[in-house]
Design a binder for this molecule. Sequence first.
Ligand code: APR
Length: 230
Amino acid sequence: MARIVILTGAGLSAESGLGTFRDKDGLWTRYALEDVATPEGFARDPALVMAFYNARRANMVAAAPNAAHRALARLEAARPGEIRIITQNVDDLHERAGSRAVWHMHGELARARCAACGAVWPAPAQMRPADACPDCAAAATRPDVVWFGEYPYHMEAIWEALRAAELFVSIGTSGQVFPAAALVQDAARAGAETLELNLEPSEVSRDFEETRLGPATELVPAWVAEILAG
Ligand code: APR
């Protein structure tokens, strides 16, 4: 079971050019999340939602992992079996940087899901709601992304990992969405040390023993160097 559990958010991918949600020009300042990130929004206008996710997937494909993603992959390679990443991000930059022990609690842009039978498959560049499911043939394709009001992926495994963690590190998240924002409390209750690396104080900075402020591409490589020197 991993000794170090790392929660990442949109701030980790910000320096790769992928927008965050709640910063000054964030996604939720340009789109109504009710329209593009809820089951009701998808039922109301599936084409609008698909266009939103197709555009975000194209941005993801054009982006590259940054020094923070690469530092986390270096840490995992140097400490096999000791690192677990829980990401709120739906991009694949952790994996493209080389991380393997990654759970996407909010799903993945790179995958499509059948709303009828739950099958998942690699998302095509232009996903359409009427695309037939390769398993059950239903024309019920949706992004494999967890919307508001839906239950996140991997929660049982996440809570089990937190019970065994010695160190919980949060990187690049505003701490405004649950249950991700409460994971630090679960870790602290289980006796883990807690560290937050973020550009600015978050809604849950008070729950961390230590908060370091700055860009992820500076804070994360420095923190990884500390761990590897330890
Ligand atoms: N380095 C480090 N942190 C950064 C950087 C950076 N370069 N740029 C921004 N940040 C920080 C911001 O200060 C903010 O605290 O990243 C955080 C981004 O917060 P949000 O935009 O709210 O993103 P996140 O916390 O990941 O959102 C959580 O909300 O909409 C849902 O499902 C969506 O997974 C998402 C969830």
